[in-house]
Design a protein around this ligand. Structure first.
Ligand code: CP
Length: 306
């Protein structure tokens, strides 16, 4: 694999390779000195043109845990403010010695374009509402570690599916790994075209709630127009929020996930957010190992051990 730009088309074998590697890296992260020399001498550039807490910092933590150097690019304090293009920014970081670029951008396809311009691996850390492949890998890892396997799990992805790259990547990964996926949203927050998507659709959260093993909540993507998909926030919360009453009706073994950032009191109640039945901080922890697996697979020799 030269780049990681999308989950679409990825085989079960390729996904499981990332999960197996990530399991090994979780063991590394548990060591007193959580670091291996695997990528010593390599430089990972993080280019985030949209805000991020989890993805950028976990890529940087992952790179350092593999002994790589990190080049952090921040657009607000860069020459992008003077009109420099994405292409010239990427070529500049490459000329400084970046051996891999992690790209987040509001435009669909931005990471694909960077991959055409530079001669090093590119990882898509989120492009518009299109794809967020490492989120899907870390979420699959979290589910596999919790349940042992994804085969037969019923995953309900709830909320602003239309504007969600997390949903698009996640549903493909979960389905490839054997889960049944139901998208739960009003029609106005679903994509107009879902031809070929391996999903079922429900418009009433309460109808499917008690059948779910996993409730995967999404925030409303205000920055992409998500708030235009319903008439009022209280109505959205009443119909699609995981409040305490709905939480009490979940199966006892069901878990709650969220990619973050959460909006407490909107898609998730504060009580649910703090419950021991959420895997939200496990997702964050597993994200570092998942990103170590991705950096390793793209920068070290394929098939090499840790
Ligand atoms: N899940 C996720 O992409 O979070 P950040 O926006 O904080 O990176």
């Amino acid at each position: 694999m030269r780049h990681l730009l999308t989950i679409e088309g990825m085989s079960r074998e390729e996904l499981e390779d990332f999960l197996d590697l990530a399991d090994e890296f979780l063991e590394v992260l548990d060591r007193p000195i959580p670091k291996v020399p695997t990528l010593r001498g390599a430089t990972v550039a993080t280019m985030f043109f949209e805000p991020s807490t989890r993805t950028r910092l976990s890529f940087e933590r992952a790179a350092r845990a593999l002994s790589a150097d990190v080049l952090t690019f921040a657009p607000a304090t860069s020459s992008v403010t003077k009109g420099e293009s994405l292409k010239d920014t990427a070529l500049t970081l490459r000329a400084m010695g970046a051996d891999l670029m992690v790209v987040r951008h509001s435009a669909t396809g931005a990471a694909h374009r960077v991959a055409q311009w530079v001669d090093v691996p590119v990882v898509n850390a989120g492009d518009g509402a299109h794809q967020h492949p490492t989120q899907a890998i870390l979420d699959s890892l979290t589910l596999r570690r919790h349940f042992g396997k994804l085969d037969g799990l019923h995953v309900g992805i709830v909320g602003d599916i239309r504007h969600s790259r997390v949903a698009r990547s996640g549903l493909q990964a979960f389905s490839t790994l054997g889960a049944r996926v139901t998208l739960i949203a009003p029609p106005t927050l679903l994509p107009l075209d879902m031809t070929g998507w391996p999903v079922e659709v429900a418009h009433d959260f309460d109808d499917v709630l008690a059948d779910l093993d996993v409730v995967y909540l999404l925030r409303i993507q205000q920055e992409r127009g998500g708030a235009t998909g319903f008439t009022s926030l209280p109505e959205y919360v009443r119909r699609f929020g995981l409040d305490d009453a709905r939480f009490a009706r979940l199966r006892p073994e069901a878990v709650v996930m969220h990619p973050g950032p959460m909006n407490r009191g909107v898609e998730i109640s504060p009580h649910v957010a703090d419950s021991s039945r959420t895997l939200i901080l496990d997702q964050v922890r597993n994200g570092v190992a998942a990103r170590m697996a991705v950096l390793f697979r793209l920068l070290a020799s394929p098939g090499e051990g840790t």
